[in-house]
Structure formats: C-alpha cells, structure tokens
Design a protein around this ligand. Structure first.
Ligand SMILES: [Zn+2]
Length: 413
C-alpha cells in the first residue's frame, strides 16, 4: 500500500493475506460503495477514517487496518504483491505450493494445529481422534463384526469419517451456510487431514467468531447428534443447527476473551517524548495502534517520535529505545525480520531526510516516561495524541531519567 489509489478497500486482500474485508465481514450487504479505493478512507488529517469504517466493520478488523499506515499521495503508486511468496514475487513454485495447500504457513503439522486452536478441550480431542481415524464410525465398526455400515441419517452411504462429518446431506447443508461458495470445491474435496488443517489454519471470521472455533464446534455437535440419533429413536437433528452452532460458539468466545491466548499479539499502544539537550520536556505523544506484536509497537513508537521531531524542525536527534534489536539494526546490523517490517521501512525513509539522527540503547528502567505514556494510551482513541505539557504523574520520572545520559529524546513504548 502506497498511495492507495488502486487498492479496492472492500475487495482486495490488503488487510489479511487471503481475505478481502468484504469476505472478512461475510459479504455484508451494508457495504455502501463496493468499488471505493483505500485512499477514500483517509480523512483530511491523513489518518484512517475510523468513524466511517465503524458503521460496517468490526473492531477486530479495524485493529488490523490501524496497524497499516494510511495511504498518501506522497508514497508513490501501490505495488501488487503475490502473497504466497515471502518476497511478494510470483513464481511457478509458490503457485504450485499454494494450490496444493503446502505453502509455508501450512507447514505446521495438523496435530499442532489441533492442540493450538482456540477451542474447548473436548472439541480438540475429538478432532485429534478424527484425524487419527480412530472414531468408531459405523463403517469402521462393521469391520469388527456384523454391524450395519450405513449412515444413520441417509441410509444410502457407508458412514465413513468424510461422509459423516462433511458429505451427508444433513451436514453438507450446514457447511454450505458457512462456507463461501468459491471455496466449496476445496472444502468438500480435500483429504481428511488436509481438510482439518485447512479449516484450523483459516484466518476467516464469521459473526466475529474465528472460523477454527466454529469448525471445531460444528464437528463436535455433529458427533453428538449422530450418537443421539443412534441411541434415541425419537431424536432428530435440531431444525436450525447453524443458530445453535453460533450460540455455542459465541458463548465459547466470550469465555476465551477473558484470557488472551497469545500475549505476543495483542491490542498494543506506543508513546514517547522529546526532550532538549538538558533533558527538559519539549513534547510527548501517545497512540493506540491496534493489534501488533511488541516489536512492531516499539517501531511505531520510534516512527511517531521521529515524525513529531521532524514536525518541530529538529535538526539533530538522538533516538533512544529499550529494544536492543531495533537499535542494533538502526546502527546497520542486518536483521531479516526488521528489514521486511513495513514500519521499519517508514522509519528509514524518515531517517534519510536532511537531518542528523543517531540511535542508542536505553535500559527500560531509564525509559519510564515513554513506558508510562504507552501504557496510558490503551484507553485513548485512535488519533495521535500530542502532549504539549507532561502529565503531572510523570514529572518525577522526567527529572530522574534526565539525570542519566539522556541528551535529547526518549522514544519508544
Ligand atoms: Zn448420510
């Protein structure tokens, strides 16, 4: 994303690797202008127009958008990127890997995906048994004795794993309510283990619920209904199973949201301050930056700090951060992870301007002002908050931090 003039906001895959916003919000019919480009969602202050997005898009997706720097005329034209390749360049090999669902991100074995997915334990255990082909389906138990191998619902086919959980008319119509028609061929034809891995690896959401959660719950309920159908003559599958599945999934997601399972990838924030050569306060800032890794949050802190220093026409700036990895890289130590980071590219663009910049590591105990500002910004809105005077509660930190070797600035978060 550069000037955002050719990227279709709703239809192009620019927020997630494999899904457009239109797919992420489940083809919501409230999309006002389907052909809008990304640039149209930037307000007059060069920030994302959150208010406009909030009418249709969930907070989770807005968090992802906020992590991407808003497009601007000054960034040059947009560049297409081939997502299946790490470098963004098309190659026959990466296309082949993609088609066969063997792309790098799929490399995690199905077993790891099962145990790591955000689902309840009984659901994960059931998936594990299904992937091991150890469930006592009727086709399987018929091999051991004289049992009827036919499906308890349709009585037309052998009750194999794939028939019971995917193909029988009773369950196929449930899946069709959830799955995008363009994925039908994939969904209904993958071999069993690949099918489980594909669903558990999906980044899609349905009614704000991650698809792996809905998938696991659906599998679990199908097995429960099948067992009841075998034991209870009067039992029939609920009239509207999709609603039941979603109710189950919603209560499950609420229970999960109390504890974030991935502390390295949470809603994040950054903050920092600029001082003069005596360590006295010049300006501060804080900003909520959405879902980001701690490393990217740190980079955003440096980016906004540099932007602020540039706006006040500083000619010589020393940047301090408590991330030694970032400081080393800014002092020309190669690091692939940082090289490819989109925020680092923006930082380097700022550094290349006509001013003097230097970078040094600062222990976190001497970085309390920036740390405090970053933590404080969690409850703020999405705009960059510029602080003309220091909050009273960090006054003593400023004096103490300044008594260390802190000549000009203190960025980070
Ligand atoms: Zn059947």
């Amino acid at each position: 994303m550069a000037d955002g003039a050719t990227i279709k906001f709703w239809e192009d895959c620019w927020v997630a690797d494999d899904s457009s916003i239109k797919v992420l919000i489940n083809n919501d019919s409230r999309i006002p202008t389907p052909s809008s480009c990304a640039l149209e969602f930037v307000d007059s202050n060069q920030c994302w127009d959150i208010r406009r997005m909030m009418q249709v898009i969930s907070e989770e997706i807005i968090n992802k958008i906020m992590e991407i720097h808003p497009p601007s005329d000054t960034h040059g034209p947009d560049t297409p990127v081939w997502c299946p390749d790490q470098n963004g360049k098309f190659s026959i090999k990466s296309a082949y890997m993609c088609i066969r669902s063997l792309a790098d991100k799929e490399a995690m074995p199905v077993w790891s995906k099962i145990w790591k997915c955000q689902a309840f334990q009984a659901g994960r255990f059931l998936l594990w048994r299904l992937a091991h082909d150890s469930l006592p389906t009727r086709a399987r138990t018929a091999r051991w004795g004289n049992n009827d191998p036919r499906c308890v619902w349709c009585k037309n086919f052998r009750e194999t794993n794939t028939h019971l959980f995917r193909e029988c008319f009773k369950v196929a119509r449930i899946w069709r309510r959830f799955i995008n028609p363009k994925d039908y061929a994939f969904f209904f034809n993958l071999p069993l283990k690949d099918w489980i891995a594909w669903n558990l690896g999906s980044g899609k959401v349905f009614c704000n619920i991650p698809w792996p959660t809905i998938f696991t719950i659906t599998i679990y309920l199908i097995w429960q209904w099948r067992n009841k159908s075998l034991k209870e003559i009067d039992f029939s599958v609920p009239f509207d199973p999709e609603r039941l599945i979603l109710c189950f999934a919603k209560s499950h997601v609420r229970a999960w949201s109390v504890v974030d399972p991935n502390p390295n990838h949470t809603v994040n924030r950054c903050g920092g301050l600029i001082r003069d050569e005596d360590g006295s306060w010049i300006q501060g800032f804080k900003k909520r930056i959405g879902i980001a890794t701690p490393l990217t949050a740190e980079l955003w802190g440096i980016f906004y700090g540099l932007s602020l220093a540039s706006s006040i026409k500083a000619s010589r700036v020393e940047i301090e951060s408590d991330s030694s990895m970032i400081i080393k890289h800014l002092n020309n130590v190669p690091c692939n992870d940082l090289e490819d980071n989109h925020v680092m590219k923006k930082i380097k663009e700022l550094i290349s301007r006509d001013w003097e910049t230097s970078f040094s590591f600062i222990p976190s105990k001497l970085n309390r002002c920036a740390d405090y500002l970053a933590k404080e910004s969690l409850s703020d809105n999405w705009n960059l908050d510029i602080l003309v005077s220091p909050p009273s509660c960090i006054g003593s930190f400023i004096r103490e931090d300044a008594s260390g070797l802190i000549p000009l600035s203190d960025l980070g978060g």
